[in-house]
Design a protein around this ligand. Sequence first.
Ligand code: DQA
Length: 154
Amino acid sequence: MPSILVLNGPNLNLLGLREPAVYGSATLADVEQLCREQAEALELGVDFRQSNHEGVLVDWIQEAGRRMAEGELIGVVFNPGAYTHTSVALHDAIKGASVRLIELHISNVHAREPFRHHSYISPAAAGIVVGLGVAGYEVAIQALARLAYPRAPR
Ligand code: DQA
């Protein structure tokens, strides 16, 4: 069964505890469950990971590129957390590994502080899901499936 990789960057392990007025009350375990249910409905497997370390995320994106080339993975949903706004290394990893990747943010970063308005990830992403809360993970998984398995417009 083809799979997707769901990657979460720094501080997302604190989801549910961290600024609930901004990020909501769902925990990362709740998000994993939601991703598993959405993926199962689309007959996809899920590899769900979180790291606070930029280099670990770079390694996982490179690994995703190899798994995509082998036809085992259809793409990546990536919430890069604060690395969105700082990381040329993650931008380069996504481009270098040629991964199909949806960038995701739980909050509407464009309605927040100006330093959150720029993303190093967006120019390397196939698409972006912003500000839909944790439901955005479901939307991003659906988008990956659509991109991997295009169907006629309705
Ligand atoms: C975030 C938005 C980022 O600006 C922030 O640093 C995060 C979470 C989001 O999901 O809304 O850690 O990516």
